[in-house]
Every structure is written in C-alpha cells, then in structure tokens.
Design a protein around this ligand. Structure first.
Ligand code: FMN
Length: 192
C-alpha cells in the first residue's frame, strides 16, 4: 500500500433530501481543515432540491468542498465496496426515505449502497435523521438501525451551550457528528 494511503482517513458523506443542508456544508468545511482526512461525497436527487431551497451554494459548489464526489447512480464506485477502507459514513441530513432504505437493505442508489457497506463491514454509521413530527414507521426504522449500532443523531436544538445564532446551533450539531470520529470541531462548546 502507498504510504499516503496508510496514513489517510476517509469519511464517506451522504447528503439526502431532508432539511438541514447547512449542517452538511459545515461538516465538509470542518473536515477540509484536516489534511489527514479525505471526504467522499454522494448527493441524492432529493438533496438537489433541498440544496436549491436551503443553501446559497450550488450542488457543484458543495461537491467542490469534498476530496472526491460520486454520481448517485454510479453503483460501481469505490465507496460501494467494503474493500475500500473508510472510518465510516455520515448521512447528513438524512431523509426518512433514506432511513427506510438503509433499515431495509434497499440499496437502490450509491448513497444507500455505501451505507449498507458501512453497516455490513461494522464501521461507524451516523444518520442525522430529520423529520417533524416523526411517525411510527420512521421511529421503527430508526429503532431497528440503533439496535444494529447505527448512531441516530437528529439535528435537535440545544440551549445549554447558550447559542446566539443559527450558526452556533449548526456548529453544535457538527461537533456532535465529528465527536463520533474523534475530530474536534472548532468552537464546539461542551457541557462542563
Ligand atoms: C424543501 C424540502 C424539504 C424536505 N424536508 C424533508 C425532511 O426534513 N425530512 C424528510 O424525511 N423528507 C424531506 N423532504 C422530502 C424528501 O426530499 C423526499 O422524500 C425525497 O424523496 C427523499 O429522497 P432521498 O432520501 O433519496 O434524498 C423534503 C423535500 C423538500 C423539497
């Protein structure tokens, strides 16, 4: 193996069509500050709509923030195989459709396949699952995933850290995500 490949850590990031695109953008920016990490990004068709709705960045802008990005239908991409080593995967934001797909092994696009691979290889899988209110189908799918060791990390509001802006709230969620991978988000306020 090449020396750089031995040292580099890879994080797969999936963006699906739930509300919360600024969290995905913030995570990509945070990871980009760390040369020892690569980000491998896949964006669903649903997310293309939420990106247009919620962000000043285009899909292309967001793709340019990642080390490498993949087309959603490129089912033969490296992240579709367990032989491609990664530290794990974050789906941020994660729609209820994507939650259902992962919970049921329905790998009909590259994001779902990469999540399935992450699960079967026993790697860390974090779902920033977002819907409100949550129905019993959503909750049952998330329970099944949590029981398999998936981290369900909904983008919930937090007030104990005294946020003064949406950016503070967003950073707090990014901090919770990066914590799973032992990466410290700058400005993340812990309870002390
Ligand atoms: C502006 C907008 C916001 C949406 N927000 C959510 C959401 O928060 N949670 C959710 O589960 N679906 C949400 N949806 C619906 C999903 O985008 C839709 O179910 C889509 O098919 C999900 O597909 P994907 O998971 O492959 O991206 C939203 C759709 C739009 C257009």
């Amino acid at each position: 193996m090449h020396r750089r490949e031995e040292l580099v850590k890879r994080l797969v990031i999936g963006i699906s069509g739930a509300s919360g695109i600024p969290i995905a953008v913030g995570l990509l920016k945070e990871m980009k500050k760390r040369p020892e990490w690569e980000t491998h990004l896949v964006i669903t068709q649903g997310a293309q709509k939420t990106i247009a709705q919620e962000s000043r960045f285009s899909c292309r802008d967001i793709e340019a923030m990642a080390t490498k990005c993949y087309a959603i239908n490129d089912i033969g991409a490296s992240i579709a195989s367990g032989t491609f080593h990664t530290e794990g995967m974050v789906v941020v934001p994660c729609s209820m459709k994507t939650v259902a797909g992962i919970a049921n092994g329905f790998s009909e696009n590259l994001l779902l396949r990469a999540a399935d691979v992450t699960l079967k290889e026993g790697r860390k899988l974090v779902l920033v699952a977002r819907e409100s209110p949550l129905g019993s189908v959503h909750l049952s799918n998330m329970l099944s995933l949590a029981q398999q060791g998936v981290k369900i990390l909904p983008p919930m509001l937090t007030f104990y850290n005294k946020p003064e802006s949406i950016e503070d709230m967003t950073r707090h969620i990014i901090g919770k995500i990066t914590d799973v991978f032992q990466v410290e988000t700058m400005g993340f306020r812990r309870w002390a």
